[in-house]
Every structure is written in structure tokens, then in C-alpha cells.
Design a protein. Structure first.
Length: 91
């Protein structure tokens, strides 16, 4: 399922760590936005990471699941790629 993860992290060290962590799940489409094609297990991993490594009193992470019908209605103005589904090759 296409999932958008947005974050606002106050500490630069935690911010960089979060960015590196999310690179394993999707594509960084804006400075604090990742678009991912992930399952429930990956969402649980992201939530667990947030609980254990962020300051939940000052940091914010939002996870939006985007249904297949809604992804077709995404409009991009300016530069950017439209995520519909990532290509996979299982070896």
C-alpha cells in the first residue's frame, strides 16, 4: 500500500537518523516527506522506531495510508514524481 510518512523533528541528529532510516522504506519526495510502498509490518517497524528513538514531546511523525483510488487523484505542481507503485524484482 502506498504510504506517506511526514516528520518534523527538532534535533538535527535525530532528524538525520530518521531520514536515513526511512530511506530503507521509500523515496524522499520532499525534505520531510517519504512516499513508500509498504505493508503493515513495515508500518509497525516505523512506529516502533519512532517510539524508541524520538522525543515524542517535541517531534512529530505522521503516517498516511493512501488507497489505490486516491493515489490516482494525486496532483503534482512543479517538479516531482508521482508514486503509483514501485517496481520490484524478486531474485
Amino acid at each position: 500500500m502506498i504510504t506517506m510518512v511526514t516528520y518534523d523533528i527538532t534535533d538535527p541528529k535525530r532528524l538525520n537518523a530518521m531520514r536515513k532510516f526511512l530511506k530503507e522504506f521509500g523515496i524522499r519526495t520532499q525534505k520531510s516527506v517519504f512516499e513508500c510502498d509498504i505493508d503493515e509490518e513495515a508500518i509497525k517497524q516505523i512506529r516502533s522506531y519512532c517510539k524508541s528513538r524520538l522525543d515524542l514531546a517535541s517531534d512529530s511523525v505522521r503516517i498516511y495510508r493512501i488507497c489505490s483510488r486516491c493515489i490516482n487523484n494525486v496532483v503534482i505542481s512543479g517538479q516531482g514524481i508521482k508514486i503509483t507503485q514501485f517496481e520490484y524484482m524478486i531474485v
